[in-house]
Design a protein around this ligand. Structure first.
Ligand SMILES: Nc1nc2c(c(=O)[nH]1)N[C@H]1C(S)=C(S)[C@@H](COP(=O)(O)OP(=O)(O)OC[C@H]3O[C@@H](n4cnc5c(=O)[nH]c(N)nc54)[C@H](O)[C@@H]3O)O[C@H]1N2
Ligand SMILES: Nc1nc2c(c(=O)[nH]1)N[C@H]1C(S)=C(S)[C@@H](COP(=O)(O)OP(=O)(O)OC[C@H]3O[C@@H](n4cnc5c(=O)[nH]c(N)nc54)[C@H](O)[C@@H]3O)O[C@H]1N2
Ligand SMILES: [Mo]
Length: 653
C-alpha cells in the first residue's frame, strides 16, 4: 500500500503529522507520523476515522443551486461554469448598486493551512468587500498575553514532563491536547503534583485527584489572590522581578484588595485552599501552567489572562528550566502569511466582527447593509453566538448566500449556491500549528472526488470572473508555499529543504525564554496594574459554559455517524446538589433558556461541576442548540467571543 506524509488541517494545537495510506486511488488509513516528536505514531480517534467522512455518501460533489425555500435543504446540481457566472453576475449588480462593502466574507478555521485558510482574505481585499474581524476563538487570551509578554512564545509540550507542579488551568487535555496526556503522566511518575483548575471535572480530571472547581469568569481574581499570598509570604523572586519585570511595584501596591478572603465570594474557593495552592506554586522548582482558552471567553477574559501571565513572572518561573506556561505559544513568525492575505490591498472598508454576524445581517453596526454573504470553511449557523439571530439573517430572501462546503451543514442549508470543498488529503498546503513551533508542507495524496475544488482554486476562478487583474490569483498553492518557506527568517537553509521535502520540522523553545517585548521586560502594569472586574453574566440563575467534546471539533466531524454515536446526545452537566434542589435527576430532559432562545437536552450528573454552573460539551447540528443561548457580546481585550459568559434558566422539559 503506498503511504504518504500529510498533516492534520484541523483547528487544534497539536497539528499532528500523519501517515496516509492509500490503495492507489482512495485513502484507506490514517495514523500518526513517528517523525514528529509530539505525534509519535499516534493520532486521535477523529483523525483515524477521517476516511469515513471523506467517502461519505453525504458528501457534496458538485456545485448546487437552491430550488426550495431557504433552509429547506433542497438543491439541484449545476456546473462550475454556471455557478461562477451566477456569482459574478449577482455580485457585479450588487456592487453597482451598493458598493462592494455589501459583500461580507465569513470564514474561520475549517482548515488551518497557510494558503487555503487565508487566500480568501487577499481576494476580498482586492474586491473591496467588508472586512471580517476574525476573533471567534481565543483572541482575548492572545491580547491579554501580548500586553504582558509581547510576542514571546512559551514552553514546548515535551518540557512539561520535567515540571514538578503542573496546573491544568482551563484545559481539557483529553479532548484538545491528547498528546500532552502521556507527557503529564511522565511528569507524575517523576513525582510531579498535578492540579486541575476548571469549572467542572473535565475528562482530563482522570489525570489527578486534585481538582479546584471555581466559578466561571473568576480566574483573574484567583490569580490575583495567589499573587497576594506569594507577596505576603515572601515567595516572590525579587531578583527576577527587578531584572526582568516592569510594573511589579504598582501591581504589588494594590494586591491587598485581593486576599483569598476578599475573592472567596467571586471564586467560590475556601481561602485556605487558595493559600495552599499559592504556596505550592511559589515553592515549586519549575511550576508549569498548562493554559487552555476556556477561561478567556468572558467579558473579562483579556484581563484574566494578564493576571495568570503575572504568576510565572512573580516567581521567576521562566528562569527555571521547564517552568513557565504551556499553551499560549503559536508559530506566527515561522513564515510570513501576508503573501497570501495581501493586507496591502485592504481598503478602509467597514469591519464586521465575526461574533456579531446575527446583528450585522439585521443591519446593526454596519453602514452599508449586507446583501451577500460568502461562507467558506466555517459553519456560523452552528458555531457562532446568537444562533437565532443568524438563522433569521440567513432566511432573508434577498440575501445572496454562497457556501463553500463538504456536506450540508446548518449554514449550507440556507445557501443560494453551494460549492463543493475538499478534505486536506486532496489539496496542497503549509501548516504551522499553534500549540508548538512546528511546520510541515503537504502535497495532495488523493484526487478530489467529483468536482470538488479547493479554496484557492475557487478564489482564482472568482478573481478571473470578477475581472481582478493581479497576477497573484494565477499562481499555484505550491509556488506560494515554496515562497513562504524560502522567505522564512527563522528557519535555517537545512530546515527549509526539509520542509520542502514534506518532512515535519519541529523547533524547540529556547531556554531561557526570550521576552519579546520592546524593552525585553514582562509588563504587569501597562497600561494599568492588572485587576479583575466581573464578566458580563446575566439575570438567569445558572452560568452556562461551553466546552470542547472529545469526539468532535467545534462542528467539524458532525458529518461522521460513528463519532456522533460515540459523543452521544446533547446534554448539560450540573452539580448534584443543584440538581437535587431543582428536583432533577441523571438523564432527565431539561429546558435551558434565556432571552435569546432555548435548548432542550439531557441532564448529566456524572462529573462534578462548580455550583450554579451548567456545562455544554460540543457543538451539535440543528436549531436550538447551545449557541441559541450565547450572546454576541465581545471580550474586554481582543474583541473576542464571550461564548462562555452567559446565564440560563433550567427547568424540567
Ligand atoms: N476534541 C476536540 N479538540 C479540539 C476542539 C474540540 O472542540 N474538540 N476545539 C479546538 C479548538 S478550536 C480550540 S480553540 C482548542 C481549545 O482547547 P482548550 O483551550 O483546551 O479548550 P477550551 O475549550 O478553550 O477550554 C477548555 C476548558 O476550559 C474550561 N473553562 C470554561 N470556562 C472556564 C473558566 O471560567 N475558568 C476555568 N478555569 N476554566 C473554564 C472548560 O470547562 C474546559 O474544560 O481545542 C481544539 N481541539
Ligand atoms: N458552543 C460552542 N461554540 C463554539 C465552540 C465550542 O466549543 N462550543 N468552539 C468555538 C471555537 S474555539 C472555534 S475556533 C469556532 C470554530 O468555528 P469554525 O471555524 O466555523 O469551525 P468548524 O465548526 O470546525 O467548521 C468548519 C467548516 O469548514 C468546512 N471545511 C473544512 N475544510 C474546508 C476547506 O478546505 N474549504 C472549505 N470551503 N470548507 C472547509 C468543514 O466542513 C466545516 O463545516 O467555533 C466556536 N464556537
Ligand atoms: Mo478555537
Amino acid at each position: 500500500m503506498p503511504t504518504f506524509r500529510s498533516a492534520c488541517p484541523y483547528d487544534c494545537p497539536e497539528g499532528c503529522s500523519l501517515l496516509v495510506e492509500t490503495d492507489g486511488t482512495q485513502v484507506t488509513a490514517i495514523t500518526g507520523d513517528p517523525a514528529n516528536p509530539l505525534t509519535q505514531g499516534w493520532v486521535c480517534g477523529k483523525m483515524r476515522r477521517l476516511p469515513e467522512a471523506i467517502y461519505s455518501p453525504n458528501r457534496i460533489l458538485t456545485p448546487l443551486r437552491r430550488t426550495g425555500p431557504k433552509g429547506a435543504g433542497v438543491f439541484e446540481a449545476i456546473s462550475w461554469e454556471t455557478a461562477v457566472e451566477e456569482i459574478a453576475a449577482r455580485w457585479k449588480a450588487l456592487i453597482a448598486r451598493y458598493g462592494a462593502e455589501t459583500i461580507l466574507p465569513y470564514s474561520y478555521a475549517g482548515t488551518m493551512g497557510a494558503v487555503q485558510r487565508n487566500c480568501g482574505e487577499g481576494f476580498f481585499h482586492a474586491l473591496g468587500a467588508s472586512r471580517l474581524v476574525r476573533t471567534l476563538c481565543s483572541s482575548g487570551k492572545s491580547a491579554g498575553w501580548e500586553s504582558v509578554m509581547g510576542s514571546s512564545c512559551d514552553l514546548s509540550p515535551w518540557d512539561v514532563a520535567h515540571s514538578d507542579l503542573i496546573l491544568l488551568w482551563s484545559a481539557n487535555l483529553s479532548a484538545t491536547r491528547a498528546h500532552l496526556v502521556p507527557v503529564v503522566r511522565q511528569a507524575k511518575e517523576r513525582g510531579a503534583r498535578v492540579i486541575l483548575l476548571d469549572v467542572y471535572e473535565n475528562p482530563s480530571a482522570s489525570l489527578t485527584r486534585e481538582r479546584i472547581l471555581l466559578q466561571p469568569g473568576s480566574d483573574g481574581a484567583l490569580a490575583l489572590s495567589m499573587l497576594q499570598v506569594l507577596e505576603q509570604e515572601g515567595l516572590t523572586d525579587q531578583a527576577y522581578l527587578s531584572s526582568h519585570v516592569s510594573g511589579w511595584e504598582e501591581l504589588r501596591a494594590g494586591l491587598n484588595r485581593w486576599t483569598p478572603e476578599a475573592t472567596q465570594a467571586i471564586t467560590g474557593l475556601e481561602p485556605e485552599r487558595v493559600r495552599e495552592l499559592a504556596r505550592a506554586y511559589g515553592k515549586a522548582q519549575a511550576p508549569c501552567i498548562v493554559l487552555g482558552s476556556g477561561f478567556s471567553r468572558y467579558g473579562n477574559g483579556g484581563e484574566a489572562t494578564r493576571a495568570i501571565a503575572a504568576l510565572p513572572a512573580a516567581v521567576g518561573a521562566w528562569a527555571k528550566r521547564d517552568g513557565g506556561t504551556y499553551g499560549v505559544c503559536s508559530s506566527p513568525n515561522l513564515v510570513d502569511k501576508s503573501l497570501v492575505k495581501l493586507p496591502h490591498l485592504a481598503g478602509d472598508t467597514q469591519q464586521v466582527n465575526i461574533n456579531q454576524l446575527g446583528p450585522a445581517l439585521a443591519g446593526e453596526g454596519v453602514t452599508t447593509p449586507i446583501h451577500s454573504l460568502y461562507v467558506y470553511h466555517s459553519n456560523p449557523a452552528a458555531v457562532t453566538s446568537d444562533q437565532n439571530a443568524i438563522l433569521r439573517g440567513l432566511a432573508r430572501e434577498e440575501l445572496f448566500t454562497v457556501v463553500h462546503e463538504r456536506y450540508l451543514t446548518d449554514t449550507a442549508r440556507y445557501a443560494d449556491l453551494i460549492l463543493p470543498a475538499p478534505y486536506m488529503v486532496e489539496e496542497c498546503d503549509l501548516y504551522t500549528p499553534y500549540g508548538y513551533r512546528q511546520i510541515q508542507y503537504v502535497e495532495p495524496v488523493a484526487a478530489p472526488p467529483g468536482e470538488v475544488k479547493s479554496n484557492w482554486e475557487v478564489f482564482s476562478l472568482l478573481a478571473r470572473a470578477m475581472g481582478l487583474e493581479q497576477p497573484h490569483f494565477s499562481r499555484t498553492p505550491q509556488a506560494l508555499c515554496r515562497e513562504m518557506v524560502e522567505g522564512s527568517t527563522v528557519l535555517t537553509p537545512a530546515e527549509k529543504a526539509k520542509v520542502l521535502a514534506g518532512e515535519p520540522v519541529v523547533l524547540d523553545t529556547p531556554f531561557p525564554l526570550p521576552i519579546e517585548t520592546a524593552d525585553g521586560k514582562i509588563h504587569l502594569s501597562d497600561p494599568a496594574p492588572i485587576t479583575w472586574y466581573p464578566p458580563h453574566g446575566g439575570p438567569e440563575p445558572f452560568r452556562l459554559v461551553c466546552a470542547p467534546a472529545i469526539h468532535t471539533l467545534n462542528s467539524s466531524f458532525n458529518e461522521s455517524a460513528t463519532l456522533g454515536r460515540l459523543r452521544g446526545t446533547m446534554a448539560v452537566r450540573m452539580n448534584e446538589g443543584d440538581a437535587a434542589r431543582l428536583g432533577l435527576g441523571q438523564g432527565d430532559r431539561v429546558r435551558c433558556s434565556n432571552e435569546l432562545g432555548e435548548m432542550t437536552c439531557t441532564l448529566a450528573l456524572d462529573r462534578a461541576v462548580a455550583p450554579g454552573t451548567v456545562v455544554a460539551e460540543g457543538v451539535y447540528p440543528g436549531k436550538n442548540t447551545v449557541n441559541a443561548l450565547t450572546h454576541a457580546r465581545l471580550s474586554d481585550l481582543g474583541e473576542a467571543t464571550t461564548m462562555n459568559d452567559n446565564t440560563v434558566q433550567i427547568t424540567r422539559a
